[in-house]
Design a binder for this molecule. Structure first.
Ligand SMILES: Cc1ncc(COP(=O)(O)O)c(C=O)c1O
Length: 433
């Protein structure tokens, strides 16, 4: 492939790609190569990737073992669809049964997180013969009609006519507690809100509640200890299934556990995952218990879901996470990152909140009156890139820096990131004064 000039490519992109597909940067580099935790532009300039695509490159760009397995599978068998018997999909499902918590054993393999969530809601509705769904405020669950309705964030809600049957509970947003509590005086009113929502906004018998253990696009919003345990008790009392959307928190990202929800000691009834499962190859999965799956006998199909290439790649990704002890690395390097950020926070008051677990970290920027600072956040993301570090951005008001690198990063990479953050936050803080 011959490379076109960066400016020419930008012009062509504007001409041929729909304008709703936006760029993270005002001045985007042209990325041509990735290796481990680094990206390279067409001039050979290196960038430390602290965002991993969008929280997707879990084991590093173009990991040699994984690339090799993808190529081998491509040369052997590329496609049949779910109606034919092939081994990689079954091997992957067996592996997912082994590593997911509780009695989750049966999988439906998809191409994306959106599709996995669609499949989860469909299963929950069919298995319970109920209809209503509870989601959390500030959530993100995908781009389809249904999953964008599950998404309680106006930036990602294009439909003035949302899908029917979805209601929302307050999220566990400690920095801006919806119940004006403080961590010292918290009675988990956010968990109790789920019962209030069931009683006042549903028939009293919803099918399921869908949650991100740590809200990703919402800005690394991390519920307090005890939150999901209290929510699960309420759901069990009303016969409501819990769906854990692990699209961002899955596969070791939060450090202590393979899946985010396990940090709260809770086993979901249905789990969805994608992103980090494929390390960049399109794949998603919905995993549930045999008891729930066996309620539904109707036929279900997915042309590309569980295709041999994606399935073989995903299996290699999980093996690599285990063999290279990347979950353990996410824990230790994540703690080191968190310590560094907390230290930095002492010097820069605009770092209103530092939160997260493992390598799923957010820094919420806020002014003296706790007002969100989206312009400053965008400026820091742009300046960090100019200084060779890729960061993400999120939150309801676009005021959260998202730091979610490949799980293979080192303490030295963290030092580089902290140094660039200090420099850029200092520049932006000075300009804001
Ligand atoms: C928590 C969560 N769920 C679902 C999705 C949708 O996944 P996909 O973009 O693969 O459809 C995303 C994507 O960012 C996500 O963060």
């Amino acid at each position: 492939m011959s490379l076109v000039d960066r400016e020419e490519l930008k012009r062509k992109r504007d001409q041929y790609i729909v304008p709703s597909v936006k760029q993270l940067y005002a001045d985007p580099p042209l990325i041509v190569r990735g290796k481990g935790q680094f990206l390279y532009d067409e001039t050979g300039r290196e960038y430390l990737d602290m965002f991993a695509g969008i929280v997707t490159v879990s084991v590093g760009h173009c990991h040699p073992k994984i690339t090799q397995r993808t190529i081998e599978q491509l040369q052997e068998l590329q496609h049949t669809s779910t109606v034919f018997l092939t081994q990689p999909m079954v091997d992957l499902a067996e592996k997912l049964a082994e590593i997911t918590p509780g009695t989750l054993t049966k999988s439906f393999i998809t191409n994306s997180g959106t599709e996995a969530n669609e499949a989860a809601i469909r299963l929950a509705r069919q298995a319970t013969r109920r209809n209503e769904i509870i989601a959390l405020e500030h959530s993100y669950h995908g781009e389809s009609h249904l999953t964008s309705t599950l998404t309680a964030n106006f930036n990602w809600r294009p439909d003035a006519m949302p899908a029917a049957g979805v209601v929302y509970a307050a999220n566990a947003y400690c920095y801006r507690c919806p119940f004006a509590a403080t961590p010292e005086h918290c009675h988990l009113e956010c968990a109790a809100d789920v019962e209030r929502v069931i009683q006042t906004r549903t028939s009293g018998a919803p099918a399921a509640m869908i949650v991100e253990p740590i809200q990703g696009v919402g800005g690394a919003i991390t519920p307090p200890e005890g939150y999901f345990g209290a929510v699960k008790k309420i759901l069990d009392r009303y016969g409501v299934l819990l769906i854990a959307d692990e699209v961002q928190t899955g596969f070791g990202r939060t450090g202590k556990h393979m899946f985010g929800i396990s940090n709260w000691g809770v086993d979901p009834d249905i789990m969805t995952c994608a992103k980090g499962l494929g390390n960049g190859i399109p794949i998603g999965a919905m995993v549930t218990t045999a008891a729930i799956a066996d309620q539904v006998k109707r036929q279900q199909i997915n042309t590309f879901g569980g295709n041999p290439v994606s399935a073989a790649t995903a299996l290699a990704v999980i093996e690599t996470i285990q063999e290279e002890k990347l979950m353990e690395n996410a824990l230790t390097v994540g703690e080191y990152l968190m310590e560094g950020l907390t230290e930095l926070q002492k010097s820069y008051p605009i770092m209103g909140d530092v939160r997260g677990k493992g390598l799923m970290v957010g820094v919420e920027l806020a002014g003296a009156g706790k007002e969100p600072l989206p312009l400053e956040t965008a400026k820091i993301v742009e300046l960090a890139k100019d200084n060779g570090v890729i960061l993400g951005k999120g939150g309801l008001w676009g005021s959260v820096l998202r730091i979610k690198p490949p799980l293979s990063i080192t303490a030295e990479n963290v030092d580089t990131c902290l140094k660039v953050l200090a420099k850029t936050i200092a520049a932006v803080s000075k300009a804001a004064r």
